[in-house]
Ligand binder design. Sequence first.
Ligand SMILES: Nc1ncnc2c1ncn2[C@@H]1O[C@H](COP(=O)(O)OP(=O)(O)OP(=O)(O)O)[C@@H](O)[C@H]1O
Ligand SMILES: [Mg+2]
Length: 245
Amino acid sequence: MIHVESLHKEFDGGTLRVLDGIDFSVADGESMAIIGPSGCGKTTLLYILAGLTAYGTGTVTVNGTPLQGPSRDTAFILQDFGLLPWKTIWQNVCLGMKLHGVSRPEQNTVATELLETLGLMQHRNYYPARLSGGEKQRVAIARALALNPDILLMDEPFSSLDTFTREKLQDTLLEIRHSHRLTMILVTHSIEEAVFLGDKIMVMSRRPARIRAIVNNPGSGTRAFRQEDAFFAACRSIREMVEET
Ligand SMILES: Nc1ncnc2c1ncn2[C@@H]1O[C@H](COP(=O)(O)OP(=O)(O)OP(=O)(O)O)[C@@H](O)[C@H]1O
Ligand SMILES: [Mg+2]
């Protein structure tokens, strides 16, 4: 589904090398977690995959087609949620659908279903400022899913949340991923989150970022995994890799 080969990216007229030969593939319905030091280029990589930032050299193909700008099949949840403060929860969720000319009745059906699934229906007329961090994050997820994307890109989606809310949302994400058959790429600083949510985990080096390893993580995908020995073993092995970075 997503195929990246020899990807390079530089800023500031070539003086700041950020991505230095990145190669990976993510299959249809698969999830990959990305972990790496601050400033190495993870957000830059997601912006490139979302079609929002041009890349230097290399190839990026999505479904066999070279990437050419943003697509409604790819949803992107930004590091800071990206909600519009002057629009209500309902309007935020409908925004993408409105921009893409989805009819009003269909917007209503989709938004109602998503807000109910994510437990936000009673908040629909509030503005984002009134919501807790976890609620804001759920609105961002609802808005991203409203266009029924094939690919979901997430940049540290749960980093500002407490452990309880965070694990609940991770579980919700797991269910949504399976029910919507999403291909997912998630950037996180949490080793536990990477191991819980990633079918594979990409460990990046310091800037200019190279891939240190892509680790298969076959146990992920169920809620129970969090309590299993295989989960703790995978966390330990990723931690060792990260500490060497
Ligand atoms: N538009 C830009 N112009 C110039 N430099 C940029 C631009 N965007 C990012 N950078 C630089 O590229 C490097 C990588 O940034 P990026 O945001 O991708 O890091 P990151 O891995 O997501 O870090 P963090 O984990 O802290 O979010 C940083 O040094 C940053 O300052
Ligand atoms: Mg970042």
